[in-house]
Design a protein around this ligand. Structure first.
Ligand SMILES: CC(C)(COP(=O)(O)OP(=O)(O)OC[C@H]1O[C@@H](n2cnc3c(N)ncnc32)[C@H](O)[C@@H]1OP(=O)(O)O)[C@@H](O)C(=O)NCCC(=O)NCCS
Length: 162
């Protein structure tokens, strides 16, 4: 299991997700999203190097799910899901999870990373912009309730050189 050296404030560690984390992850997912992923979707990503949790002991405070798809030598990372428990927000965990998942995808050979985000999701948009993602296009009615999405993209080579 990949674990990162940095122990964050209050003994929080960012590490690869394990099957034992999934019920906590699901609980957070259900409080954060109107169209939450089912348990079976998270199960598919256990063992992915960029499926990470921020945890204090066994207590999961947040998670990121990301993977890398081959693309003719220009592999594409995809941040598929990111959430921090309501009572743990604003302490830098979302940023740590995102940054560590980018590092994991870089190790796995991704050249660029993309993600989708609701156009109304200011906290997430601010976070993604501050890490270096830029909006590439807007997809009308992307979500089930018809809200538009921005596709945001980050060049991992540039990100690593900064
Ligand atoms: C988006 C989310 C993951 C951020 O997690 P977090 O741990 O609170 O974020 P951090 O404390 O690491 O903050 C990092 C940056 O995000 C932005 N940010 C976080 N909360 C914000 C808020 N309420 N308003 C505006 N910007 C915000 C800021 O740029 C912040 O940087 P700063 O602290 O230097 O100002 C969290 O709000 C969340 O879980 N939201 C619900 C789920 C969700 O929308 N996920 C994204 C789906 S695309």
């Amino acid at each position: 299991m990949r674990e990162f050296d940095d122990v964050l404030a209050d003994g929080v560690v960012v590490r690869q997700a394990q099957r034992a984390d999934l019920l906590d992850v699901l609980r957070i997912e259900r409080t954060c999203f109107s169209e939450p992923w089912p348990y079976s979707a998270f199960e598919l990503f256990v063992d992915e190097p960029a499926f990470l949790v921020a945890a204090r002991g066994n207590d999961v405070l947040g998670y990121v799910v990301a993977d890398v798809m081959p693309n003719h030598g220009n592999d594409i990372g995809h941040v598929k899901d990111l959430a921090v428990r309501d009572d743990a927000r604003g302490e830098g965990l979302g940023r740590q999870l995102l940054v560590q998942s980018l590092a994991a995808m870089a190790i796995d050979g991704a050249a660029v990373v993309k993600l989708e985000v609701r156009v109304s999701n200011d906290p997430a948009l601010q976070l993604y912009r501050s890490v270096g993602f830029e909006p590439a296009r807007r997809i009308p009615g992307y979500y089930g309730d018809d809200e538009d999405a921005y596709i945001m993209v980050l060049d991992l080579g540039e990100w690593q050189s900064n």
